[in-house]
Every structure is written in C-alpha cells, then in structure tokens.
Write a protein that binds this ligand. Sequence first.
Ligand code: BTN
Length: 257
Amino acid sequence: MSFDLALFEAEVATRGLALGSRVSWSDETTSTNDDALAAAKAGALHGTLFGAETQSRGRGRRGNEWVSTPGAGLWFSLLLRPELRPELAPGLALCAGLAVRHALAARVAAKVLVKWPNDVLAGGKKVAGILVESQFTSAQVTCVVVGVGINVTQAAFPEPIAELATSLSLLGAAELGRERLLSDVLEALEGELSRIGTYGLSAVAEALRPHDALFERRLRVGDVEGEGAGIDASGALLVRRQAGDVTAVVSGHVELL
Ligand code: BTN
C-alpha cells in the first residue's frame, strides 16, 4: 500500500507537531538526504520532511548502499535548523536513535536497542539506520539532515545483509502502518530535541543507557578492543579496555565480538 500522505498530515496536525508539518513525498528519488540537503540550500525551513517510496541511490554510513525496496520501509529525511552549539551536533544522531527506538519498541516484543552511533537493533538485528549530514559554522549548527531508514514489511533481505537485518513484519509487529509510525518517530524526536536543547548531551547519553546495545558487551572499534562503558557528555563511545582504562572513541564502526 502506498504512503497515505493525507493520513500522515492529519496525524501531524492532530498531535500539533512542528516536525513534519511541511512534507514532500515522492514515488522515487535518488536519496531523501539529497532532497533535504538541496532544499536546505534553497532555504527550506526547520522541520521540513522529505520521504519517498523508493530511492535509487539510498546511502548509508561509510559509503554503503541502503536498499530501499519500494513501499517496504519508511525512507525519509528531516531538515533541522536547531539552535544548538556545534559540539552538540553528534548528539542529534543519538536523539534520532532514541526516537526511532521508542516508536519501534511500542510495536514489537523483542528488545529494541540503540547501537552507537546510529543503528537501531531489534532482537540483535538491524531494523533501522540513521545517517546524519550537517552543515555548521564555528558558532552554530546551521542545518542538519537526519536521514532515517526503517525496515517495515520485508520478508527477507538480500546478501550480504540477509542474516544481519530484520523488519517490523519479521519481528511480528501487528501494526505496520507507516503513517502512524512516522508520526510516532517525529513526536518522540521533538521530545529528544527539547531534552538536548535544555539539558545537553549528557542527558541524552543518560536516557540512552538502558537501551544501549553496546553496554557491557565485548566489542572492537578500529584498533580499540574492550567492553562498552556507555556514552560520554560529548557523544563519544566509552570503551573499557582489558587493563581497566577507559578510552573515548569519537567515530568508527563497532563490531560486537
Ligand atoms: C546506515 O545504517 O548506514 C544509515 C542508513 C540511512 C538510510 C536512510 S533511508 C533515508 C535516508 N536517505 C538516504 O539516502 N539514507 C537515509
């Protein structure tokens, strides 16, 4: 079933959401992040949402392709112009992760966790990914595009992600409507943006602690190996090494061991 834009707009209006109150939905695009970045250059406003049924060049982190099977998931990007200091920008991916986690956890029995920096796992497999692309000056974040892909109705995934990915449908969710799902994510994200704006990144890290896929898990990131020890007030991953010392890792792909 294709995305019911009127239903989504009614949800956004009923809930009084600022995020998603302007929306552009297309049948096909290259990447909704491209659409949002181009619109940002042309002056589009905070909260404008770009979604598509499918993307021909959907992208993930580290240059990976993001498979966007038509209508099988929620593929969207949100343009934010937050009044945040640049050092809070890494926190926005965590805010988005927490918001997606919240919406998904209400739909499935499996444990839904955030894997730093921006994956959402359910039952140990990836159900959603987040790609944040920002533009900022030294004083302020001017524009942040939060791209989110949530797998909804896929019954299987192609190699090489066949064993690593899952969908709401595979997780046994009864409610698969993308319009309500998107509204739930946006509503939760508004809460997270208000949290980071008021209390800072450490409050986001604290909120994430019970939902941290890496906490006390053996992991490797780059040449750092150890046990996840939470996220610090700058958004870095803390890793406790064998010797007991804790290292803060600012970027990289985490491999669970
Ligand atoms: C990742 O897990 O590596 C991040 C995946 C992000 C995918 C979404 S789908 C909507 C938006 N448009 C893109 O091209 N990518 C993001």
